[in-house]
Design a protein around this ligand. Sequence first.
Ligand code: GUN
Ligand code: FE
Length: 450
Amino acid sequence: MSSFAASISKVFHGTFIHSVSINEIEFIEGGLLFIDIHGRIARILKGVQKTQLGNMLEGVDEEKVIILNENQFIIPGFIDTHIHASQYSYCGNGHDIPLLEWLDTLTFPHESKFKDPDYARQIYSKAVARSLRNGTTSACWFATIHLDATKELVRVIEEQGQRAYIGKVNMNQNSPDFLIETTESSVADTRAFIEYVNATNAHMGTESKPLLTPIITPRFAISCTSDLLRELGRLAAEYHVPIQSHLCETSSEIDFTMSFFPNSVNYTAIYAEHGLLNRRSIMAHCVHMKDEEWALMKDVDAGISHCANSNFNIKSGMADVRKMIDLDLKVGLGTDVAGGYSSSVLEALRCSRTCSIARNPGKSLSIPELFYLATMGGARVMELGDTIGNFRVGKEFDAILVNTSVKGSPLDIFAHDTVQTKFEKYLFVGDDRNNERVYVQGKEVRVPEE
Ligand code: GUN
Ligand code: FE
């Protein structure tokens, strides 16, 4: 056997669809894609006929080869740049309540239940399984303030095989007695959490890159004192870890925030002044931004998670994604469960389209732009643009094998359908029933049965 054949773990033959730029989707027909034992894309051939496979697959075990039919194709896995695992249990509820009241009456009481790690495992197992079934191969998760429960989330994600940024939430002010920390315990637990994830990765000891990353997660400036924000900025620098938070989601949130930070010129500056705004920062929403705030985001190359589903549902407003793209800011999609009603990035994509039509009539997002945001855009927001997001030799294989003709799925395929029309139908009509297989780092994920 050749050494190349020996280094291969899987080979796929069929149609591959991915973004090659924000304005261009490439449809690779007759694609032959080789995955190596570390889950990386080792070789991509195009225009290969089935009759040529015998020669091209010499030395590769038959059980490693997957041949797609004309109703199947492979796309990069979706990237959810903002989701709350602890909020999954009430996803779909509370959409008549505006943000700050929604936090007080619904979110905080639910999140307080995560002081019990057994309860946490129960909810987290379902949240992660649903996200994976929806085709999300990478996610930026918020947990809660609770260290043990957040470790439980790490274990659940590791068991199920998703690529993830995982954050223990920080809250030491403007929070109810049943969901608040001291500055000292917040900092100590965050440090302990980072070390726990790093140790988990070290134990796995494979040659493949770790899939789990701890992320610094101040809930938002309202729930953290200046002291705490500063300490969190220091931890981010000390451990070289990413940062996630909420920014400019609603007007009343902005007013309330500025009343606590009167010396800062704007909301974005608060994060910047505390060492929390840099190229590894992921700021959710950015609905009500001033020009100086866009400029600051651009200056430091911070990423934006566009959460259109949530912004419609809890009626926060419509973010100007066209402006983000025109300014060449890094932007991806976030489902923001449970502000958003669905952990499907397909739903986030559809809401983004509606949002862009309403916000920028005449300049709404194109299908290539929407697909890019759901995949490559998210990868860039996570600073993983060289690792995932599309199919390039050397990148890791995070992907969905889509079947457009699954019995019981919402899609109907007709004789006139082409590869392009099947793909568009999946984007706008399809759901998890069409996600036949989901791969992270070349391995099919282990989603528990419902
Ligand atoms: N701002 C602060 N916390 C939250 C949250 O849990 N969800 C949303 N959508 N916005 C927030
Ligand atoms: Fe959120």
